[in-house]
Design a binder for this molecule. Structure first.
Ligand SMILES: NC(=O)c1ccc[n+]([C@@H]2O[C@H](COP(=O)([O-])OP(=O)(O)OC[C@H]3O[C@@H](n4cnc5c(N)ncnc54)[C@H](O)[C@@H]3O)[C@@H](O)[C@H]2O)c1
Ligand SMILES: [Zn+2]
Ligand SMILES: [Zn+2]
Length: 370
């Protein structure tokens, strides 16, 4: 017996999302049925419409349900689920197989099955969890597809949190907050001697700023063309903000960091900004490029001279089972005021939430299900 749920459906060609009734499977033995309380919108949900499907040959994996920052309450679990129980408050993150070489070595963010588990639109056996009118509706996005009143998730991507945790604030920890904070804490390993430049004061960039402040990083520069985002960046810990429309960014950063920053984070997915993020580094500095869908570009090796490095990360090199509880604990102690980024929208107002995410009016829209 399928469960009737309301879901926001993405269509090909960038047509607007529609909210419709669809059928969700009953949980299989390894699946967890979650009633959504809240779901953040990450820029990746918007970008995916251009890049979906990711696996060559699967061009027709539409319609599809995105959403990968879901939080809610467990309703039912399959027979083989032991760590999660009905009634648990949970946050969902990305899936990993927990068995491949990277997973076994403690790096589930580089799981060999990452794309098939998170971005194929279906379960690994090719079946979809969602249907409408007898036809498949693709989903399984980050093992959740949380732009819906209910989701099917898995033990590997479900993090049980305390019943005192507010799902509205906790939802973005599943991707955006984890990625920004993880890049600072796990990838760059910043400390009180570092200087950080963050390109893009959106959900991911500002999570990085808050984490850097929590670590006591003395120089935190934020570059963003939007005045309100620069102002909020200042409130959250940026020591300097730069408007790329009016300043020479690389010169300005060098001026504020004693000749060059030890670290930079790129969140705009703009090729020229990746180059700025490289060029503003000191010797031995590292730039982490996080943007999804950055167009191809070329650059000369001299840009990497003096030991400078350009690298990427998935989800801030964070294992959600360890990192999300750690970040929620930091939040509870006042160290990561994520609520300052959030504006809530009723799920019925999905179109407005997407509009505000696309226009930049809201930094972190969080859908609330009633
Ligand atoms: N690697 C990962 O695991 C991972 C995880 C989550 C998100 N992402 C990606 O990270 C990126 C950021 O996500 P987000 O949700 O924070 O997006 P966002 O849209 O909230 O933030 C992007 C910011 O860049 C700013 N910007 C635009 N032009 C700029 C310029 N020239 N210089 C400086 N800033 C500029 C915008 O004003 C905005 O504040 C997206 O590409 C998203 O897909 C990657
Ligand atoms: Zn794996
Ligand atoms: Zn995301």
């Amino acid at each position: 017996m399928a469960i009737i749920v309301k879901a926001a459906i993405a269509h090909p060609g960038g047509r607007p999302f529609t909210v419709e009734d669809v059928e969700l499977d009953e949980p299989r033995a390894d699946e967890i049925l979650v009633r959504l309380v809240a779901c953040g919108i990450c820029h990746t949900d918007l970008t995916m419409r251009q890049f979906w499907p990711h696996i060559p040959g699967n061009e027709r994996r539409y319609p599809v349900v995105f959403g990968h920052e879901g939080a809610g309450v467990v309703e039912r679990v399959g027979d083989r689920v032991t760590r999660v129980r009905p009634g648990d408050t949970i946050v969902m993150s990305y899936r990993s197989c927990r068995a491949c070489r990277e997973c076994a070595a403690g790096h589930p963010y580089y799981c060999a099955q990452f794309m098939s588990l998170n971005a194929s639109g279906a379960r690994p056996d090719g079946s979809t969890t969602l249907h409408a009118d007898g036809r498949p509706v693709y989903g399984c996005f980050f093992g959740q597809s949380s732009f819906a009143t209910h989701a099917l998730a898995y033990e590997d991507n479900v993090v049980v949190v305390g019943g005192d945790v507010d799902p509205i604030v906790a939802a973005p920890f599943g991707c955006g907050v984890q990625t920004g904070a993880g890049t600072v804490m796990n990838v760059l390993g910043l400390d009180e001697h570092s200087s950080l430049v963050v390109f893009g004061g959106g959900g991911v960039g500002l999570a990085a700023v808050m984490a850097a402040r929590a670590l006591g990083v003395p120089t935190i520069v934020v570059v963003d063309p939007v005045p309100g985002r620069r102002q909020l960046a200042g409130e959250l810990g940026a020591t300097v903000t730069i408007d790329p429309k009016t300043e020479d960014v690389v010169d300005a950063v060098r001026g504020h960091t004693g000749g060059g920053a030890t670290s930079s984070i790129e969140t705009t997915a703009i090729a020229d900004v990746v180059l700025q993020a490289l060029d503003c580094l000191a010797a031995r500095g590292t730039c982490v490029a996080l943007g999804v869908g950055t167009p191809s570009f070329t650059f000369g090796m001299e840009r990497l001279a003096r030991g400078r490095a350009l690298r990427t990360t998935i989800e801030g090199d964070a294992d959600p089972h360890e990192f999300i509880p750690k970040l929620l604990d930091l939040h509870a102690r006042g160290g990561l005021p994520v609520e300052k980024l959030i504006r809530t929208y009723s799920f019925a107002d999905f179109g407005r939430a997407i509009h505000d995410a696309e226009s930049g009016t809201t930094i972190k829209p969080v859908l609330v299900f009633d």
